[in-house]
Design a protein around this ligand. Structure first.
Ligand SMILES: [Zn+2]
Length: 53
């Protein structure tokens, strides 16, 4: 997790909003954005590129 990253927290908040609004496709979009947030990809070892999807 990257709870200290404001952008990730922003995405996570948007994801929660979308989820609670019942918009699961948008929630997934925000989750993807959060996971792919480029500012600290090197600090997320469990995100091997091109493995998921
Ligand atoms: Zn981030």
């Amino acid at each position: 997790m990257n709870d200290t990253c404001p952008t990730c927290r922003h995405y996570a908040a948007l994801r929660e909003q979308a989820k609670q609004a019942g918009d699961h496709s948008k929630a997934t979009d925000y989750e993807v954005l959060r996971r792919r947030h480029p500012a600290h990809t090197v600090r997320i070892p469990r995100q091997p590129e091109g493995r998921i999807a």
